[in-house]
Design a protein around this ligand. Sequence first.
Ligand SMILES: [Zn+2]
Length: 58
Amino acid sequence: MGDNGNDTKRRSAARCSNCGAIGIVQIWPDGRIQPLGQDQLCRCDDGELHVLEGSDRP
Ligand SMILES: [Zn+2]
């Protein structure tokens, strides 16, 4: 039934604090964040990715 759930990775949206790019990332159990389907969310070398949790308010 569906994909095998033998991992605890989860997906979330994240935004680069440098350029403001938003993309989908995988969050690994150890806290590592990896853009989904691409090497980088944007082209910033030192941009920090901030995970956008569920309901975020400005
Ligand atoms: Zn960026």
